[in-house]
Design a protein around this ligand. Structure first.
Ligand code: MTE
Ligand code: MO
Length: 256
């Protein structure tokens, strides 16, 4: 086959995908996360749009029994306050180290953006929401899985207390190790999306994201952000730039 033919085939494939998504979801073509012109990323976004359109209600991730809980390694950042880590950032990591030193008594989760009542929640504040438990499987893109019990508040309950405005569509998260990422309102309202302050019945350990992490049971592990700092509800998709997963080559939507 000549080069010319190969290019032609690829062009046909791209055009086909683009028109397929336009056909299936009229009016959605300028909506949602950017594709950066990448063919694989277009596929991810197609999966996201198709799932949101075709699945009428929240699909639940499988829940397990207590005796199926397995050991779970701590991956990525295991302590944002560790100054010997090459990724350490004083502005965030230094603050985290001081908060940790005081047992996170002064930690607050800021919730702002498209909400009627922006605020800052302590761990004790989050513990006043109905306490939820899920035993679910965590799937890391590096190829391992583990089953753990997560204890916490539903993100839905906390966001509803903050008063989500009708225009709100995305929920953005920032962490003490400089990660920024987002999920859509669908996943934010999901009955298995937690703000977890506990793991396997104990306080959430530092390597797993203390004092509070996000736990998104319906997506790959990297969407479950550890060491939460701030939540911003937005009406539009916000590209987090270099601190976000898209720029690192990971897909924004990683449904499992
Ligand atoms: N803030 C932050 N969140 C993060 C990470 C990280 O390095 N920093 N790693 C992600 C990845 S790739 C995985 S698999 C899980 C790992 O969670 P664990 O360390 O509790 O097993 O957290 C995710 N959330
Ligand atoms: Mo991961």
């Amino acid at each position: 086959m000549t080069d010319k033919k190969k290019i032609t085939r690829r062009q046909v494939l791209v055009a086909g995908l683009a028109s397929a998504s336009a056909l299936v979801l009229p009016g959605c073509s300028n909506d949602g996360p950017p594709t950066y012109g990448n063919l694989l990323r277009m596929g991810d976004n197609f999966t996201w749009r198709a799932q949101r359109l075709l699945l009428p209600s929240h699909r639940l991730a499988r829940e397990y029994d207590r005796r199926e809980i397995s050991s779970i390694p701590a991956i990525g950042t295991t302590d944002p306050g560790d100054a010997s880590n090459p990724y350490f950032q004083e502005e965030l990591g230094g603050v985290y180290a001081r908060l940790r030193h005081a047992d996170f008594a002064d930690w607050r989760l800021v919730i702002e953006g498209s909400v009627a009542r922006p605020g800052a929640y302590s761990v004790a504040d989050l513990m006043r929401f109905p306490k939820k438990t899920q035993i679910t499987r965590h799937t890391c893109e590096e190829g391992w899985t583990a089953i753990a019990e997560w204890n916490g508040a539903l993100l839905k309950d906390v966001l509803e207390a903050a008063g989500i405005l009708p225009t709100a569509r995305y929920v953005n998260f920032s962490s003490y190790d400089g990660w920024d990422d987002s999920i859509d309102m669908w996943d934010a309202m999901h009955p298995q999306t937690f703000l977890a302050y506990g793991m396997n019945g104990r306080e959430l350990p530092v390597p797993h994201g203390a004092p509070v992490r996000l736990r998104v049971a319906t997506q790959m592990g990297y969407k479950s952000m550890k060491f939460l700092r701030r939540i911003v509800v937005t009406d539009e998709f916000v590209d987090p730039g270099l601190s976000g997963p898209i720029q690192n080559g990971w897909s924004w939507y990683a449904g499992i």
